[in-house]
Design a protein around this ligand. Structure first.
Ligand SMILES: O=C(O)CCC(=O)C(=O)O
Ligand SMILES: [Fe+2]
Length: 389
C-alpha cells in the first residue's frame, strides 16, 4: 500500500502573497488526517492517524471542519488564531535586536523568551544556527507561574496566546487519547488515566508557544537554519507557510518524487536531499503534527519521534523571510520519562520531563552542548534500519 494517499490540488495548496512551493524537489509523503473525521470517531481515520504516529511520527492535520467542532476543539478558530499570531510575531521580530535581547533569559537557566540569530548551535562542531526564536511559556500565560517580562508589542496579546494554547493543547489531547487507547499500556498506567492524565493543562509543564523567523540565505551559502533534532515533548503542532522543514525519512518510506524536472533543483537543494532528507510541503488549512521523545519513551519505541531540521526554503521561496509558529505540548514537569507499556525497555536513568527539556533546550545554546542536547535519535537510526518494537 503506498504510504502517501494525498492528491495534489495546486489551487488549494498555495498560500496567498507567497511564492509557491517548487515542483522540482522530492517531498515527504505525510498522511493527511482529517480533524473532522477524527471528531466523528471515524475508525478508518483513527487507524491512519495511529499508523502515521508509528511509521513516521509526522502527519498533516486538516483543520477545515464543517461544524463538527466541539467546545474545546475548533479547527477553524485555531487557524484564525494562527493567522493572527503570524502578524503578531512579525511585529515582535521587527523590533531592534537591542530590545529583543533584553528578553533572552538563558543566563537565568530558562529557555523561555528570546534566542537571537546565531545564538544556538546546529551540530557537534558548534556551527551557529540561522534563525531567531521567541518562546512563550504556557504556565506564564495561564498564570500558573510568575509573569516573565515581555515586550510591549506582545503584552496586549495575552488573551490570543491563551486561546491558541487552549486550542492547540486540545488538539494534542485528541491525538494523545487516540494513542493512549491503542498502546498496550500497563494496567497501572491505564488505571492512572493513561497518557492524557500526564498532560493536564492546569499543571506546571514546559508547554510553550514558539515563534521562529529565518531570513533568506545567500544563494550559494543556503544551508541549515535549525539543526537536526527530535522534539523533546509529547506532541507538536506546527504552522509554516514556506518550505524549508525537512524530515529524514527512514529507508522504508520513499519520498514523493518531484512533479516536474524542469528547471532542475539547484546543487544546494540536491545536496540537501541526500541521506533521506526530504522537504515537507506546507499546506494551507492544515497544521503539521509531530510526536516528540516523551511519547517514544512512554511507548517504549512503539511511537516515533522523527529527526527533522529547517534549511533554506527551496526555489523562489528562498528569497522570502520564513516564519513559523509552533506549540509544544510536554508532559507535566514532575513526570518521569519511562515506559508505561507492559514489558517496556528500561531507561538508563530516571529523568523528569522538566530536567529533560532543560537539558535538551539549553544544550543547544552553548558551545560543546551538542551531546547533552541529544534525544532519542539513536533509537530512530536503529529503527530506520527496520527495527520495530
Ligand atoms: O520551522 C519549522 O518548520 C520547524 C521548527 C521546529 O522543528 C522546531 O522549532 O522544533
Ligand atoms: Fe522541531
Amino acid at each position: 500500500m503506498p504510504h502517501s494517499d494525498h492528491s495534489h490540488s495546486p489551487a488549494r495548496d498555495c498560500f496567498v502573497d507567497l511564492p509557491s512551493f517548487p515542483e522540482n524537489v522530492p517531498t515527504a509523503p505525510l498522511l493527511r488526517i482529517s480533524l473532522e473525521k477524527l471528531l466523528q470517531n471515524d475508525v478508518e481515520e483513527q487507524n491512519r492517524c495511529w499508523k502515521a504516529c508509528c511509521d513516521l511520527g509526522f502527519f498533516y492535520l486538516d483543520l477545515r471542519t464543517s461544524g463538527v467542532d466541539n467546545h474545546a476543539i475548533n479547527g477553524g478558530e485555531l487557524l484564525q488564531d494562527a493567522d493572527h499570531l503570524f502578524e503578531v510575531m512579525k511585529s515582535f521580530f521587527d523590533l531592534d535586536v537591542a530590545e529583543k535581547v533584553q528578553y533572552d533569559f538563558k543566563d537565568q537557566g530558562s529557555y523561555f523568551g528570546y534566542k537571537g540569530y546565531g545564538e544556538g548551535i546546529i551540530d557537534a562542531k558548534g556551527t551557529k544556527d540561522r534563525n531567531e526564536f521567541y518562546n512563550i511559556s504556557k504556565d506564564d500565560i495561564l498564570s500558573l507561574s510568575p509573569t516573565l517580562s515581555a515586550p510591549l508589542v506582545l503584552t496586549p496579546h495575552r488573551s490570543l496566546f491563551e486561546s491558541y494554547i487552549h486550542r492547540s493543547h486540545a488538539i494534542c489531547m485528541l491525538v494523545t487519547s487516540l494513542l493512549s487507547k491503542r498502546l498496550p499500556l500497563s494496567e497501572q498506567a491505564r488505571a492512572n488515566g493513561g497518557l492524557e492524565a500526564l498532560h493536564t493543562l492546569t499543571s506546571n509543564s514546559g508547554d510553550q508557544i514558539r515563534f521562529v523567523r529565518a531570513p533568506p540565505q545567500e544563494v550559494n551559502v543556503k544551508g541549515v537554519a535549525l539543526g537536526e533534532h527530535t522534539d523533546f515533548g509529547s506532541v507538536t503542532v506546527l504552522f509554516n507557510r514556506l518550505g524549508g522543514l525537512q524530515v529524514k525519512l527512514p529507508s522504508t518510506i520513499p519520498p514523493d518524487p518531484p512533479t516536474s524536472s524542469s528547471p532542475p533543483p539547484s546543487q544546494t537543494e540536491t545536496k540537501l536531499c541526500e541521506d533521506g532528507w526530504t522537504y515537507v510541503h506546507p499546506l494551507p488549512g492544515h497544521c503539521i503534527i509531530n510526536l516528540g521523545d516523551a511519547l517514544v519513551k512512554f511507548s517504549s519505541n512503539i511511537l516515533r519521534s522523527n529527526i527533522h531540521r529547517v534549511v533554506a526554503a527551496p526555489g523562489d521561496q528562498g528569497s522570502v523571510t520564513r516564519y513559523s509558529l509552533v506549540y509544544f505540548c510536554r508532559p507535566e514537569d514532575d513526570i518521569v520519562l519511562k515506559a508505561l507499556v507492559d514489558g517496556g525497555e528500561e531507561e538508563e536513568e530516571d529523568v523528569t520531563a522538566k530536567e529533560w527539556t532543560l537539558r535538551r533546550a539549553l544544550g543547544r545554546r552553548k558551545e560543546g552542548g551538542w551531546e547533552a542536547s541529544k534525544g532519542t535519535e539513536t533509537r530512530d537510526t536503529e529503527r530506520s534500519g527496520g527495527m520495530r518494537v
